[in-house]
Ligand binder design. Structure first.
Ligand SMILES: Nc1ncnc2c1ncn2[C@@H]1O[C@H](COP(=O)(O)OP(=O)(O)O)[C@@H](O)[C@H]1O
Ligand SMILES: [Mg+2]
Length: 254
């Protein structure tokens, strides 16, 4: 589904900085993978390269058989809209629009029929438990609701790969659990592949596999077994084994 081969990234500047070194990495269709690592380890760089917001310096990215970095501008815009979904820490919603308008926004870009868009939005809203707030504006709803709206917007094109950067970063622990539960249910029902960067071991424990990166290199990975609680503990143990500068996981919510 997603394959990275020897991906390296060097940020050019007065002093060139090597942010990623020889990353080989694969995600199977329907897999849910979390990426963790200390701040500055290259997580956002990696996500930006996969989401095609940034180019690798060397190496190849393959998503569902295509190398998006080789597409021209128009084809790339279409590819991003149809194949990828994005979820961000700060939700990235349009504050003055309603929930419904935000959800259908990606479809309006494709010139879809209003009736079809509304039906699709309604189905998604029902499955995410936000059908009662469709007419509200973003500034009138809670963070947890906003992230569900963002998930609905990301899912409206039925993407094959959902990319999430700290999706629970601005949520309290109850809202985090709800949002993670919904991501898992989408992953299971739609078989959408999911790649999530997170600092939060609780959130990571919902994934099938956690990949740890450090200093721009793959460090290790662990798989979820039977119990989420045991997986959570394994994640905590790995994070403490990796160390860091002591503040990296200060935002950990236990
Ligand atoms: N645009 C850039 N120019 C130069 N250096 C950058 C740029 N973006 C990130 N870096 C550096 O690359 C390293 C990895 O950054 P990043 O991918 O944001 O890490 P993370 O998301 O794990 O905190 C950091 O040392 C950061 O300072
Ligand atoms: Mg980052």
């Amino acid at each position: 589904m997603l394959k990275l081969s020897k991906v390296s990234k060097i940020y050019e500047g007065k002093v060139a900085y090597r942010a990623l070194t020889d990353i080989n990495f694969e995600i199977e269709k329907g897999e849910f993978v979390a990426i963790m690592g200390p701040s500055g380890s290259g997580k956002t760089t990696l996500l930006n390269i996969i989401s095609t917001n940034d180019q690798p310096t060397t190496g190849e990215v393959e998503i569902d058989g295509n190398n998006p970095h080789k597409l021209n501008k128009n084809a790339l815009a279409k590819f991003r809209r149809n194949e990828l979904g994005f979820i961000f820490q700060d939700f990235n919603l349009m504050h003055t629009l309603t929930v419904e308008e935000n959800i259908v926004l990606p479809l309006t870009l494709d010139g879809a029929r209003v009736k079809d868009m509304k039906e699709k939005a309604k189905r998604l809203a029902n499955s995410l438990g936000i059908e009662s707030i469709m007419k509200k504006r973003i500034y009138e709803i809670s963070g947890g609701q906003a992230q569900r709206v963002a998930i609905a917007r990301a899912m409206i094109h039925e993407p094959k790969l959902l990319l999430a950067d700290e999706p629970t970063g601005n949520l309290d622990s109850k809202a985090s659990k709800d949002v993670m539960g919904m991501l898992v249910s989408i992953n299971e029902k739609e078989r959408t592949s999911l790649l999530m960067v997170t600092h939060d071991p609780q959130a990571a424990s919902y994934s099938d596999r956690v990949v740890f990166i450090r200093d721009g290199k793959l460090h290790s990975e662990i798989h979820r077994g039977e119990s989420r609680q045991a997986f959570f503990q394994k994640i905590i143990d790995m994070l403490s084994l990796m160390g860091g500068d002591g503040n990296d996981f200060s935002s950990v919510r236990i």
